[in-house]
Design a protein around this ligand. Structure first.
Ligand code: ADP
Ligand code: TRP
Length: 322
């Protein structure tokens, strides 16, 4: 049975882009009974940047709550925190010792920061090796990721192949699954929605704050009476990622007809988000207020993940003579 695995960093609260671009499609994948799926929160990776323990714990909790609220069924997939499986750190060391330095020096994630080397910690440099360990520790076959992770999966494959070449067939060579169709959800300023740009729609905020969040979407100053072009408007471009065809047509007509202001469009978007994610919002609050429930789901997953990790790591250690 093919094993599908993916990780999500716990670097902030989950937003509309994460939901539509990653969480909901990945949950759909777990519904496929012909595959075994592993989903984990990459909290060790987030330690490369987030050092505040409370912030990291809160992020991990909200990411877990979001997955569970969106319908992740933990009886159908293995859901766990990376840090609870210490085997991954041990494997990272073994992989480090077969990974050529220039490969890591070439990683985009490192090169982007190479002009400020004093800000780069060794963990950030080694990030791709920990990611390779995340994947091959579970004999994963398929790794669904966003386009930005393509190079990391290539490096994982190279590291696993180098190891196999030297020691025999120890590791399964994984493949990336990159869905070019997945929309990039725009943020409140029209750029890609991202925690790092401070332009997110935080779907799980309490109603009043969510409204304020939606109202903060940038628009131009066309007066209310005048007709507007929906395709160049941030509000419509976010609305269309959530709306059905009928709702999209109605809003397009409203824009073109005039006497329809950005305030109207924002209110419609706010109401649509409330309606569309009603159940998810309710369940998110339920889990956020019920930490033991989150803990239980994760601990069950961690037990299963650890059993696989232990088996694979033993295979590795036997092979290399430890
Ligand atoms: P961020 O850019 O907010 O830090 P991450 O890099 O943690 O988000 O991404 C987590 C997952 O969510 C990835 O699979 C990524 O492809 C997806 N994702 C993030 N932002 C968007 C977006 N604006 N549109 C679609 N998918 C997104
Ligand atoms: N680096 C990935 C990201 O930023 C997260 C991640 C860590 C991951 N380990 C992984 C994704 C293993 C897939 C498989 O999105």
């Amino acid at each position: 049975m093919a094993r599908v695995l993916t990780g999500i960093q716990s670097s902030g609260r989950p937003h509309l882009g994460n939901l539509l671009g990653a969480i909901l499609p990945a949950i759909q994948l777990t519904e496929n009974e012909k595959q075994e799926s592993l989903l984990f929160i990459a909290d060790l990776h987030s330690f490369t940047t987030i050092k505040d323990p409370e912030v990291r714990k809160e992020n991990t909790k909200s990411i877990a709550a979001a997955w569970l609220a969106c319908g992740l069924d933990t009886s159908k997939s293995i859901f766990y925190r990376q840090s609870k499986i210490p085997e991954v750190c041990e494997l990272t060391w073994f992989l480090n010792c077969v990974t050529p330095y220039p490969m890591l020096a070439n990683a985009h994630s490192f090169k982007d920061k190479a002009d400020r080397l004093s800000d780069v910690n060794a963990g950030l440099f080694d990030y791709p090796v920990l990611m390779a360990a995340d994947i091959i520790l579970y004999d994963a076959n398929i790794v669904p990721v966003g386009k930005d992770q393509r190079q990391h999966i290539e490096m994982t494959r190279d590291i696993a192949k180098t190891f196999n070449h030297q020691f025999g067939e120890v590791f399964v060579i994984p493949e990336a699954r990159i869905d070019d169709e997945v929309m990039t959800i725009p943020g409140t300023d029209g750029q890609k929605m991202s925690k790092s740009y401070g332009n997110i729609i935080d779907v799980f905020l309490p109603e009043k704050q969510l409204k304020k969040n939606v109202m903060s979407i940038l628009t131009d100053s066309t007066p209310m009476e005048e007709p507007k072009d929906p395709d160049v408007c941030n509000v419509y471009n976010i609305y269309k990622t959530v709306a059905n065809d009928e709702q999209k047509i109605e809003m397009r007509n409203n824009y073109r007809g005039g006497n329809y202001g950005y305030g109207h469009a924002k209110t419609a978007l706010f109401e649509l988000i409330l309606d569309k994610f009603k159940e998810e919002r309710r369940m998110f609050n339920h889990f956020m207020e019920n930490e033991p429930a989150i803990e239980q789901h994760l601990q069950e997953g961690e037990e299963k993940a650890r059993a696989i990790a232990h088996k694979v790591l033993s295979r590795v250690k036997n092979t290399i003579g430890f």
